[in-house]
Design a protein around this ligand. Structure first.
Ligand SMILES: [Zn+2]
Length: 413
């Protein structure tokens, strides 16, 4: 009987690759700024392609800009097992979010190679296009297109703050990469497992090195535009003003109070606030802001989301308001079979686990629409994430890779 792939996981190789990717888009404060489809993203993808090809894996791109490294199976017609995450980051992001899952998948493939374990099904390490939604909104674009949650056409038309479309940026990215095989969007997939840092404090607090993720809390996002009228800050009388900023802040305050539940389960965030003309002596004529609203129960979330437009309207004062819903992602429960495989593989390796929900969104939540999906969490320091201080222990990363490798082997053999 041959050894399991977990025995061939190479911590040094993983560590080298981790450092190499952390250097691409590295910030002075020790984090990473690697926006989706930027030059840095293309550079990271090119490195993945190089590493994959060195091991004889097939590198593919699909129409949505998702990158795949495939270790073929012995039965070519079989649906594929997928594992991965994303290479893009927030502008002051950390070194772990996303990258960990992509490299964990690649290391699992290499461990299978090193163990000489041929599998019936092919396995792909995937780097999803634009998970973060920082340069192009909303996030999770690549997995949304692959799973049919969004159309390719609408996605390619999205533009960034400089007016550059996803389509243009994708063309630019492809031109910086070696020629890749095309992967049809409807390529059959039979399972997906994503490894990720927890992005919360639970595993660290409990002293448990591995999380079996039960599901993902739902998330609705909105773009609110408040229109008033510009006026002179010194001469315009108060009763005649249509101050878009005062109206917008009243809306935000009203939502913040109504969504402040005693149990602290509702998560309400206004992370972007654009004031026009944003001049010290001009009454603002226009404010655009974002809303990110989350809850682990779909029904409750829908009820809360319905209140957004009502509260904005009730507090618009003399201004006009338009509320646009960008994302309406309900809560997701991961496949019981995948969860069981993760728990079993961990038990075999003597890695203690804890079952917990994910409070952040992940591509796995979308892939769950088309195939049994699940996630492995590892602890991160103090739950700090989307921040340059983000940190995870190498021992925890490797424990996660070892469990992932055995789970993928079980799914593919
Ligand atoms: Zn992530």
């Amino acid at each position: 009987m041959s050894a399991l792939p977990s025995s061939r996981v190479d911590a040094k190789r993983f560590g080298r690759r981790f450092e190499a990717l952390a250097a691409i888009g590295a910030t002075a404060a020790g984090g990473v700024d690697r926006q989706a489809l930027s030059a840095a993203d293309a550079c990271a993808q090119a490195l993945m392609v190089q590493w994959g090809r060195e091991r004889g894996f097939l590198a593919l791109h699909d129409a949505a800009g998702n990158l795949f490294l495939r270790r073929p199976g012995t039965l070519p017609g079989e649906p594929l097992v997928l594992s991965g995450s994303h290479l893009d980051t927030q502008p002051t992001g950390g070194r772990f979010d996303g990258v960990y899952g992509v490299l964990a998948a690649l290391e699992a493939l290499e461990a299978l190679e090193d163990a000489g374990l041929a599998c019936r099904r092919g396995i792909e390490a995937v780097a999803w296009m634009n998970e973060e939604g920082s340069r192009f909104a909303p996030g999770m674009m690549g997995s949304a297109v692959l799973t049919g949650a969004r159309t390719l056409r609408a996605t390619l038309a999205v533009t960034d703050a400089d007016g550059i479309s996803v389509e243009e940026a994708l063309r630019e990215t492809r031109s910086a990469l070696p020629a890749l095989a095309d992967r049809p969007l409807d390529t059959p997939v039979c399972a997906y497992v994503e490894a990720h840092i927890e992005q919360g404090p639970v595993l660290e607090r409990e002293g448990i090195p591995l999380g079996v993720v039960t599901g993902i809390q739902g998330k609705h996002t909105f773009r609110v535009e408040v229109r008033g009228e510009a006026a002179h800050a010194g001469t315009a009388p108060r009763r005649e003003r249509r101050d878009a900023l005062l109206a917008a802040t009243a809306m935000v305050q009203a939502m913040a109070s109504e969504f402040a539940d005693a149990e602290d389960i509702i998560k309400f965030t206004v992370g972007r606030f654009d004031v026009t003309p944003n001049a010290p002596s001009v009454v603002p004529r226009r404010v655009a802001f974002s809303i990110d609203l989350r809850h682990p129960e779909s029904q409750r979330l829908q009820a809360l989301a319905a209140r957004v437009a009502q509260l904005c309207d009730a507090h618009r004062g003399p201004c006009e308001v338009q509320v646009e819903r960008l994302v309406a992602a309900d809560a997701i429960a991961f496949d019981a079979g995948i969860r069981d495989r993760i728990a079993t593989a961990a038990a075999h390796l003597g890695v203690p686990v804890l079952s917990l929900p994910s409070l952040a969104g992940h591509d796995a939540g979308l892939v769950a629409r088309i195939a049994p999906a699940g996630m492995i969490f590892i602890p991160c320091r103090a739950g700090i994430t989307h921040h340059e201080d983000e940190f995870a222990e190498m021992d925890h990363m490797i424990a996660g890779v070892r469990v992932l490798a055995d789970v993928l082997h079980g799914l593919a053999r």
